[in-house]
Design a protein around this ligand. Structure first.
Ligand code: FES
Ligand code: FES
Length: 187
């Protein structure tokens, strides 16, 4: 017999109350119950990063987290990155640098990169490599992905180039409010 449990999460800025199967992962609930298929299902053992989401601004492998553990939390998926129909600067940078090949890993890469820029707005190349080390790209687009994160880090919140790299007045990417929007990720 399946045990169900009532939980409430804020997902991409929207409060969601639902009954879930107690053994279901956050990945299953996001994809199957909420239809947020931008978050990808792949290895299911925490090896590939395709399922990366933010839980209270911390990037996690959603295949390893029970949905019940996210009760009361704020969850951000790739669908929550764009604001008001405008791509998040990271999304635009990924497109501009040709980082999106088959696209399967990109939602996880974007979320991991967003977490990185929130804690380190102007990361070094080594920091980016380390910050995205848990996200595999089968198309081996790592060089373009790193370029994209560097390019996004050089932009201010409006998507314009900051006055100078390291400009203390340039807001951190992680300060952006997340609101529901179009899913720009592959299904
Ligand atoms: S599907 Fe979660 S880490 Fe691979
Ligand atoms: S773009 Fe194809 S797996 Fe990364």
């Amino acid at each position: 017999m399946t045990t169900s449990r009532q939980i409430e999460m804020t997902v991409n800025g929207r409060t969601r109350s639902m009954a879930i199967a107690a053994h279901h992962t956050l990945l299953e609930v996001l994809r199957d119950d909420l239809g947020l298929t931008g978050t990808k299902e792949c290895c299911l053992v925490g090896e590939c990063g395709a399922c990366t989401v933010l839980v209270d601004e911390v990037s996690v492998d959603s295949c390893l987290v029970l949905a019940a553990e996210a009760d009361g939390a704020c969850v951000t998926t790739v669908e929550g990155l764009a604001v008001g129909g405008r791509l998040h600067p990271l999304q635009q940078a990924f497109l501009d640098t040709g980082a999106v090949q088959c696209g399967f890993c990109i939602p996880g890469q974007l979320i991991a990169a967003r977490a990185l820029l929130a804690r380190s707005p102007h990361p070094s190349r080594a920091e980016i490599e380390e910050g995205l080390a848990g996200n595999l790209c089968r198309c081996a687009g790592y060089e373009q992905i790193i370029e994209a994160v560097l390019a996004a880090a050089a932009l201010d919140e409006t998507g314009d180039r900051a006055v100078a790299d390291g400009d203390a007045h340039a807001p951190a990417m992680g300060d952006r409010a997340s609101t529901p929007n179009a899913d720009v990720a592959p299904q």
